[in-house]
Design a protein around this ligand. Structure first.
Ligand code: NAD
Length: 442
């Protein structure tokens, strides 16, 4: 099949590449000229395991093309995915300017009938708006090509995006009529050969499914963080509580970890967009408002522990931050808890030494003019002369560090563990003062 993917970010690049890997001819389009030029040289703008080789391979085989010319892409394809960003607008709603801009361009340049598939996360009703813009542009050109807009929300997770795309748990498809179902099945069947994983529904329900899924996951995280905060006050251990809860098959173990808050490009903006969407329809989404508030507060939890330990004035102190990305196996820094923590530490006079296996280049963009942060390219060098180590992102390489080496280098032997990667036993054995989430030593 001939496919264009408009928007070559985390979702567009992975999706386009995986379709190309299955033998389709794919045009990946982006307005960012530098990104497209780099991709033509197989320079990948993001860190995503397994992606780089797939891109290079499919580009070299001519299965995958990169262009800034949307007309060229539309002329040569009959299926067009919209995968541009839908960042948060000032009022919390999803900013649809990029999606609507693409809709306009499709209407301006399409030269035959097209199926347009919305993969961006968009508020309910957006597919109708996209169709009406496309038809409006066609009308201006006195053309009556047939265009159908399908909602196909994306559930890939950064860090395992290629794997998720190649073996999706489910493919949710919101269709305006039954005729387009066969095209979607043809497109996705190569990815789900062992059993039918299609969930076909109306367009609005598909658009809503994405928001509801992310809101549910965010709710589980905030719920567990709330349980952790209660545990700290009553002397229970959230790590044990998690095991006891997760073993109930109605609850399960996924997304039950307490920590220092969720971040990323999806949960924060999607929860807020859903709150706003509900509000637009006269409904107050009180659970979601609380999920967001709990998460906001949780991003300060490590700071609070540090202030209890060191006092309000942190000037003269050196702190190490292990992990900057919002989660492991990505370089994505959007809304990462590390940003809140580091800013608050620096605001109180601390000097921060930061290490992340992949996100340092992204982090440097955030703190480019900041003198009180230093990026170190080795996790052990990052603890030199440090008064405390904060573990913020649970990269695997932090799980079993050489505590002897750390101790040789630190000034004070203190660890604030924002992801409960260690235990009091390990800390005691190695001579560290240790703090974790939801489990205060009595
Ligand atoms: N990142 C994720 O893990 C993830 C997962 C599921 C769904 N989503 C959703 O998918 C969508 C895309 O997310 P992302 O993280 O890939 O975004 P991104 O910011 O990484 O990439 C968006 C890309 O679109 C390009 N773009 C903007 N306007 C354009 C235009 N008019 N024409 C062509 N290109 C244009 C930008 O230059 C950018 O490269 C969002 O709605 C997001 O919520 C993201």
């Amino acid at each position: 099949m001939n496919i264009s993917v408009i928007g070559t970010g985390y979702v567009g690049l992975v999706t386009g590449t995986c379709f190309a890997e299955m033998g389709n001819h794919v045009y990946c389009v982006d307005t960012d000229e530098e990104k497209i030029e780099n991709l033509k040289k197989s320079v990948i703008p993001i860190y995503e395991p397994g992606l780089s080789d797939l891109v290079a391979d499919n580009f070299n085989k001519n299965q995958l093309k990169f262009t800034t010319d949307i007309k060229e892409a539309l002329d040569n394809t009959d299926i067009c995915f919209i995968a541009v960003g839908t960042p948060m607008d000032k009022d919390g709603s999803a900013d649809l300017q990029y999606v609507l801009d693409v809709a306009e361009k499709i209407g301006m340049f399409m030269s035959h009938d097209m199926i347009v598939i919305d993969k961006s996360t968009v508020p309910v009703g957006t597919a109708d708006r996209v169709l009406s813009i496309i038809n409006g542009e066609l009308k201006k050109r006195n053309l009556n090509y047939l265009c159908k807009v399908i909602s196909n929300p994306e559930f890939l997770k950064e860090g395992t995006a290629v794997e998720d795309c190649m073996r999706p748990d489910r493919v949710v498809i919101g269709v305006p009529d039954k005729e387009v179902v066969s095209v979607m099945k043809e497109l996705y069947s190569p990815f789900i050969r062992n059993r039918d994983r299609f969930i076909i529904m109306d367009v609005k329900s598909a658009e809503m499914t994405k928001y509801a899924s992310n809101a549910m996951l965010a709710t589980r995280i905030s719920f567990m963080n709330e349980m952790a905060n209660i545990c700290e006050r009553i002397g229970a251990d959230i790590n044990n509580v998690r095991l006891g809860m997760g073993s109930d098959s109605r609850i399960g173990y996924s997304f039950l970890y307490a920590g220092c808050g969720y971040g990323g490009s999806c949960f924060p903006k999607d929860v807020r967009a859903l709150i706003k969407m509900a509000d637009n329809y006269g409904y107050r989404a009180e659970i979601l408002e609380t999920v967001e508030k709990v998460n906001h507060n949780q991003k300060f939890i490590l700071l609070e522990k540090a202030l209890n330990r060191f006092g309000e004035d942190l000037s003269g102190l050196v702190f190490t931050c292990w992990g900057l990305a919002f989660k492991p196996k990505t370089d994505d820094m959007r809304e990462a808890p590390s940003i809140t923590l580091i800013n608050e530490l620096m605001k109180r006079g601390a000097y921060v030494k930061a290490f992340d296996p992949k996100a340092v280049n992204e982090a440097k963009k955030i703190w480019k003019n900041e003198k009180n942060i230093e990026f170190i390219d080795n996790k052990y060098d990052a603890v030199n002369d440090s008064d405390a180590l904060f573990l913020v992102t649970e990269w695997k390489e932090f799980r079993c560090p050489d505590f002897y080496e750390i101790k040789k280098r630190m000034k004070n032997f203190i660890i604030f563990d924002g992801r409960n990667q260690y235990t009091y036993e390990i800390a005691d054995k190695n001579g560290f003062e240790y703090y974790q989430i939801g489990n205060v030593r009595c």
